[in-house]
Design a protein around this ligand. Sequence first.
Ligand SMILES: Cc1cc2nc3c(=O)[nH]c(=O)nc-3n(C[C@H](O)[C@H](O)[C@H](O)COP(=O)(O)O)c2cc1C
Length: 246
Amino acid sequence: MIVAVRGKLKKMSKMKTMGYKMKKLFVIVAGFLLLFALPACGNAEPASNAEQSAEPPNATEQTLESDEAETETSKIPKAAEQKEADTMKSLVVYFSWSGNTRSVAKEIQQQTGADIFEIVPETPYTDNYDELLDIAQNEKRGNARPAISSSPGDLDEYAIIYLGYPNWWADMPMVIYTFIDDYDLSGKTIAPFCTSGGSGFSGSVGTIKSMEPDAEILDGLHVRDSGAANPGSAVTDWLGKLNLAG
Ligand SMILES: Cc1cc2nc3c(=O)[nH]c(=O)nc-3n(C[C@H](O)[C@H](O)[C@H](O)COP(=O)(O)O)c2cc1C
């Protein structure tokens, strides 16, 4: 009996020893496998690094380029916006003898926030209406260019010029011709306005167009002299139609 038990125990310890040996073998095989597998992984990595190392510089370049591009493009609109804002300034330029056109000019300035410049002839006109009629007629016949006493300065910053005058002898006063001759209004938008005893612009808008062919001439505003003291609503309507309301 004891011998039989010993035999069984021996068998069991043998099996245990075999189990250990199997485990040992498994560990060795796994170790080998790992040894081979690791270099393979090691090779795989540099390859992917190589691929990646080709990409990042490009990617970096692209990032830089696109960053630069973004900066550039984000600068351009800002600069353009600034320029547009600067050049979108408007100026009211007018001549008035008895105040009607001045009243309209000031209303336009008030409603638009434009700068304003009054054309004052170097040689002032007489205060006498009848004499003025003759003087004006002679200037027109002689295609005169009465000198202007001061300058509005550089008009580059203005995109829109509101140009106002009274109707004199179915035309603009000749001092307006002087202004148009002296200043290049190419590329600008001209919004003419005029006061009269009833003739309206006569042919003066067409004259401005022919003298400033590279300017955009908008529909003008005519105010009768009888209504010139209160031009508010006429100016509001006109600016609204032109989309120029301030
Ligand atoms: C010399 C002169 C000529 C004028 N010629 C005309 C004309 O041909 N047609 C017209 O309707 N009004 C004419 N008028 C009237 C003015 O156009 C009108 O009173 C105008 O509103 C005056 O503007 P002001 O006050 O800005 O000078 C003339 C006025 C003057 C002084």
